[in-house]
Design a protein around this ligand. Structure first.
Ligand SMILES: Cc1ncc(COP(=O)(O)O)c(C=O)c1O
Length: 331
């Protein structure tokens, strides 16, 4: 199967347009200088600015999850996440835009005066079903689906982070968009791309996209906010295989493409570390770029650490893939 036919297949798959594409690819020379890497090109792929409902990576995945052909007869969209989930916020906004009811099954405790994403879920008119623990989310979503069906409606369940084979296609598409922009930005022997890997739709989609495009000059580095390296490998293999099959592709990812690190988690999910705080300050003060504490700050810490080591030469180019999360800056 050729790359051309995989992308032809991708273009034939329906989606609901939400992303303002292409998102900007901007250079970060003051960040590079501040790291004593003034001769290394550092670029930032601004998927924080996918443009819908405060943006971020979930918008690309939801274009495919909420494609018109998947919504026939649907009255209600259901998804799951933590109280402050970016994915839940964008799902609620997309449901509002599509005129659908939205039920979010969230773990945590809803404060009297919600802030950040929790405030936005309500602003977009989503109904919240709070559960005490992560493990209660999926069974509750099943019960809610049955409730909707008993009342004569039809529910579409979007799994955690929209990291499904269909959602992953959003990042295959993003890989092609980015590679087109890279060509305009000049050439380099090797291009390192640092990105968050959690439920892994983003990481798997980029890995599949770069493979389909034959980009053996790219090294894709997935930085974990909490998931183990083994789990990221498993999720990436499963999602890239299944998303590839949707495009008629049944090959292997490029052998030197993917690296993974769970070394920057610190004390745990959503807990800032010394390194992630310092990275956030550096991005803010050198480039005016906002990082979120949960995902992108940890990626930035990892990227800065790797830039201080031996792996990345001055001839290489480095890309920070910004996946968004702006509302969590405000709680
Ligand atoms: C801002 C942000 N960055 C990165 C991620 C991780 O992306 P993925 O779930 O595709 O691994 C998420 C999702 O949880 C997110 O909200």
């Amino acid at each position: 199967m050729s790359m051309r036919s995989a992308f032809t297949a991708l273009d034939a798959i329906a989606r609901t347009r939400l992303v303002h594409e292409p998102t900007p690819l901007v250079s970060a020379p003051r960040l590079a200088q501040s790291l004593d890497r003034g001769s290394t090109t550092i670029l930032v792929k601004m998927d924080a600015e996918t443009g819908f409902a405060l943006g971020g990576n979930k918008v690309r995945k939801l274009e495919y999850e909420l494609a018109p052909d998947r919504l026939v007869g649907v009255t209600c969209v259901i998804t799951v996440g933590g109280l402050n989930s970016n994915h839940a916020r964008v799902t609620a906004a997309a449901a509002a835009r599509l005129g659908l009811r939205c039920i979010l099954v969230l773990n945590g405790e809803l404060p009297d005066e919600p802030t950040g994403n929790a405030m936005l879920h309500l602003m977009f008119g989503a109904e919240l079903r709070m559960v005490a623990m992560r493990e209660h989310r999926d069974p509750t979503a099943v019960a809610v689906t049955k409730e909707i069906e008993r009342a004569g409606g039809k529910a579409l369940f979007v799994p955690l982070g929209a990291s499904t084979p269909v959602g992953t296609l959003g990042y295959v598409r993003a890989a092609r968009e980015f590679v087109g922009q890279l060509a305009e930005a000049g050439s380099a022997e090797t291009t390192w791309v640092f990105v968050s890997a959690s439920s892994c739709g983003t990481f798997a989609g980029l890995a599949l996209g770069f493979t389909l495009l034959g980009r053996d000059d790219i090294r894709l580095v997935g930085i974990s906010p909490d998931v183990t390296e083994a789990e990221i490998l498993r999720l990436t293999a499963d999602l890239s295989t299944a998303a590839g099959a949707l495009l008629g592709w049944h090959g292997e990812l490029l052998p030197r493409l993917v690296s993974i690190s769970d070394a920057y988690v610190g004390d745990g999910y959503a807990l800032p570390s010394e390194g992630s705080r310092a990275a956030t300050e550096r991005f803010g003060r050198t480039e005016g770029i906002i990082l979120d504490p949960v995902y992108t700050a940890k990626v930035a810490h990892g990227m800065i650490d790797w830039l201080g080591g031996e792996r990345i030469s001055d001839k290489d180019r480095v890309v920070f893939w910004h996946t968004g999360g702006y509302p969590t800056v405000f709680g």
